[in-house]
Design a protein around this ligand. Structure first.
Ligand code: FES
Ligand SMILES: [Fe+2]
Length: 323
């Protein structure tokens, strides 16, 4: 008897959010005193930069009557002031001031997320239990290096879970069918001794400019791709996504090119990234997430990806409810 898998809906099979660092803004988008509404991890959040220049990311809803701090909230020194009754919260999330009350209730606090600022972006450390960061952000030494161009930026709202977008880069077969390459590139996946950092090496031969592609993935979706055409003919593409919901991800791409090839590669490559995402969109927008896919022997890189990605999720026995 053949057992046919039950029909999957988009909702019931999509994983939660993996732990790791995720971008929530580019640094230049968050000036001192600026307050922004941020949607990430199926949550409403508020991001602001205090007067001393520190970026702060907190849950958006005021502990008092639930006003959204990201809409009408104001930075006052090192605090954010609620637009509804003026309660002020500090960078640790504790209410520090109620303009019409001497005593501040113990429970007057909002959740604060760990943030860091680097590589021209503000990042949040996401973990379902809001733990301390478990690893550091990567460095992008090419940023600011005179041998490399100024960064080019592009952002895209993608109708897919962050894990499925990441899986795409470990899927050399789809280059042939979705991205119209002549052949499936020779590819290899390796994982560092830390078990966490994953590398994909691909020899891209059937393209206009043959190259070696090296993608370093630090956690799901958070990746740097280095493309080498020859000595000093290199570019890097850096993607730091913001998972918005389980079906929507904002991809933030940063592209840097060696000055030697800027005139040949810069704008064209950027256009190539944008066109490439366009190819993937119809697949992403309509697919379901297969929790238990059927793999064949040619799917080695996909199998490696699925094993690797498990470490970024808590198992059900590890999960506990966090307020
Ligand atoms: S709802 Fe924020 S101060 Fe009342
Ligand atoms: Fe793709």
């Amino acid at each position: 008897m053949t057992i046919v898998e039950a029909c999957e809906s988009k909702i019931n099979t999509t994983p939660e959010f993996p732990m790791g660092w995720f971008s929530v803004a580019r640094s230049h988008e968050l000036r001192i005193g600026e307050v922004r509404q941020v949607r990430a991890f199926d949550r409403e959040m508020v991001l602001y930069r205090t007067r001393s220049g520190r970026p702060v990311l907190q849950d958006a809803y005021c502990a008092h009557l639930g006003a959204h701090l990201g809409i009408g909230g104001r930075v006052v020194g090192e605090t954010i002031r609620c637009p509804f009754h003026g309660w002020q919260y500090g960078v640790d999330g504790k209410c520090e001031h109620i303009p019409y009350s001497e005593n501040i209730p113990e429970r007057a606090r909002i959740r604060t997320w760990h943030t860091d600022e680097k590589n021209g972006e503000v990042y949040v450390w996401f973990h379902p239990e809001n733990t301390m960061p478990q690893w550091e952000l990567p460095d992008l030494p090419e940023l600011g290096d005179p041998n490399w161009t100024e960064p080019r930026y592009t952002e895209h709202l993608v109708p897919a879970h962050v894990q499925d977008i990441c899986e795409n880069s470990c899927d050399p077969v789809h280059f042939q069918y979705v991205h119209r390459q002549m052949d499936v590139p020779q590819s290899e996946v390796t994982i560092d001794p830390d078990g966490r950092t994953m590398h994909l090496h691909s020899e891209m031969k059937d393209v206009d400019h043959p190259n070696h592609l090296h993608a370093i993935t630090y956690s799901p979706g958070f990746a740097m791709v280095r493309v080498t055409y020859g000595p000093n003919a290199e570019m890097i593409m850096y993607n730091s996504p913001q998972p918005i919901s389980r079906h929507e991800t904002l991809m933030r791409w940063t592209l840097l090119v060696r000055r030697e090839i800027e005139d040949y590669a810069g704008d064209d490559v950027m256009k190539g990234i944008i066109d490439g995402l366009g190819d993937d969109f119809p697949i992403w927008a309509n697919k379901v997430h297969k929790h238990r896919p059927v793999f064949c022997e040619g799917d080695k890189t996909l199998v490696a990806f699925r094993k690797w990605v498990r470490q970024f999720y808590l198992t059900s026995s590890e999960q506990r409810e966090v307020a």
